[in-house]
Design a protein around this ligand. Structure first.
Ligand SMILES: Nc1ncnc2c1ncn2[C@@H]1O[C@H](COP(=O)(O)OP(=O)(O)OP(=O)(O)O)[C@@H](O)[C@H]1O
Ligand SMILES: [Mg+2]
Length: 441
């Protein structure tokens, strides 16, 4: 017990015993009570007072210690021998301290919530009964349905995932699995299941669809290139055999075969050129072109370049370039490549004796659109989204026969991307097609 506490105890004992002591003193002075029993009674009163005061004080001190331990770090709360007002002050401080802590906790939980919601990966938390207790925005987006409150198996029917969740819940093991979610477009996910103890388990899904799609596209691409090269190559080899064998002495056949061989070789070289051009464009797709391009000049050049082809099909290219057209930022060679491809297609797929119209319009202050319209067989709607894929052709045999590699529109798309523009295609079967390139002006 500290000195302060002892003094406090003695004073309190005396205060408690004071009325009794006064009465005893009065009795003793007036002679009603002998001094000896009087002092004894006084001493007893003092001891009783001390006992009551001591119990009271220790009670207060114990209470204070509890408050102190609740507040843990608050130095201000440490008081020796507390009185009631001091205690009530301490309690007030404690309440404020707790309110503060509660606010901080609420803030931290709100921040954690926001982080969960903002994460791009779908997250799902299930309890020990496999009920979904929470998801984030990405999960709702990915599965297009509300999972919370439902059993996991009814929301996501995927045996491998459900097994992994079982293991996490029962054996406390974290597990990874690659799963494919069926749907209009299959999506591949790598799922990580983390046990959360009594809370259940957390499922984190990482979308692998773009990666898998990239892998598939690469494989398809190699297969396509090989296929495109194999056809002319095998025909070349066949003709070489024929020239060495049966046609060795046949001058007419030799001339005919050599012409075909020349065509096939040209086709292979065109294919390789287009592939190289595509890879070059892809390589600098992220750097913006620096030059200024005069569209009047570019479109005029393309028209001249294709004049033999258009004459051969009795077609005309009609340019409509208004006076307000000023040079635009871009790469002249690449823009030439775009319009050469589009106008070439229009001449190839347009009907004989029709016109190909090329016009420039201004959809907004900062943009300019070049539209190439043909009057040909048109393209069925299901083909439109895939036209710019490499080697995609509506009629592969026909395109090959016309000398096409199927890379033209893929090249167009990449050049347009590099120029931060966009390509749109409108087409009606039997009526014709309209390819529009919109570029920043
Ligand atoms: N104006 C059009 N009218 C009808 N179909 C078109 C038109 N433009 C393109 N297509 C279709 O889209 C396919 C892809 O066009 P793309 O320009 O990429 O290849 P291509 O013309 O066949 O070959 P390349 O351009 O390499 O010589 C074509 O094979 C054709 O089926
Ligand atoms: Mg083409």
């Amino acid at each position: 017990m500290s000195e302060r506490q002892t003094v406090r105890l003695l004073l309190a004992a005396m205060a408690l015993a004071a009325p009794g002591l006064l009465v005893l003193g009065g009795l003793m002075l007036s002679g009603y009570l002998a001094p000896a029993p009087g002092f004894i009674a006084g001493a007893v009163l003092l001891v009783l007072g001390a006992i009551v005061a001591w119990r009271h004080l220790t009670g207060l001190t114990a209470l204070h210690r509890r408050i102190e331990s609740l507040a843990a770090h608050d130095e201000d709360l440490k008081i020796d021998a507390p009185t009631l007002p001091e205690l009530s002050l301490a309690l007030g401080r404690l309440v404020r301290h707790w309110q503060d802590r509660q606010r901080r906790l609420a803030e931290a939980s709100e921040a954690a919530n926001r982080i969960l919601e903002a994460l791009p990966e779908p997250l799902i938390v299930v309890d020990r009964e496999h009920q979904v207790v929470r998801t984030n925005h990405a999960a709702e987006e990915a599965f297009q349905t509300r999972l919370v409150g439902r059993e996991l198996a009814t929301g996501l029917r995927h045996p491998q995932l459900l097994n992994a969740v079982d293991s996490a819940l029962n054996e406390g093991q974290s597990l990874a699995a690659e799963i494919t979610m069926p749907g209009p477009m299959n999506r591949n996910y790598s799922a990580l299941v983390e046990p959360l103890g009594k809370q259940g388990a957390l499922i984190v899904l990482h979308d692998l669809t773009p990666v898998r799609m990239g892998e598939r596209m690469r494989a398809d691409f190699v297969a396509n290139v090989s296929h495109e090269l194999r056809t002319p190559l095998s025909s070349l080899l066949g003709f070489v055999e024929t020239l060495r064998g049966p046609a060795r002495d046949d001058k007419d056949a030799q001339d005919k075969f050599l012409t075909i061989m020349h065509e096939q070789a040209e086709r292979m070289s065109r294919l390789i050129e287009d592939l190289l051009s595509l890879s070059r464009i892809e390589m600098d797709e992220h750097t913006r072109p620096r030059g200024q391009v005069d569209l009047r000049h570019v479109l005029g050049n393309v028209k001249d370049m294709l004049s033999i082809k258009s004459a051969a099909r009795h077609m005309r290219v009609e340019l409509d370039i208004p006076d307000w057209v000023r040079p635009i930022p871009g790469d002249a060679d690449q823009l030439t490549q775009i319009f050469q491809n589009l106008i070439d297609n229009a001449l190839k797929y347009g009907r004989e004796n029709t016109a190909v119209e090329v016009s420039v319009t201004r959809p907004s202050e900062r943009e300019l659109t070049v539209t190439v319209t043909d009057h040909g067989e048109g393209i069925a709607p299901q083909h439109l989204p895939r036209l710019t894929e490499r080697f995609y052709r509506v009629d592969a045999a026909r395109s090959r026969q016309l000398g096409g590699t199927g890379l033209g529109l893929a090249i167009v798309k990449h050049i347009v991307n590099r120029h931060r523009g966009h390509l749109t295609v409108d087409s009606r079967l039997g009526e014709g097609s309209r390819f529009s390139v919109t570029l920043p002006a």
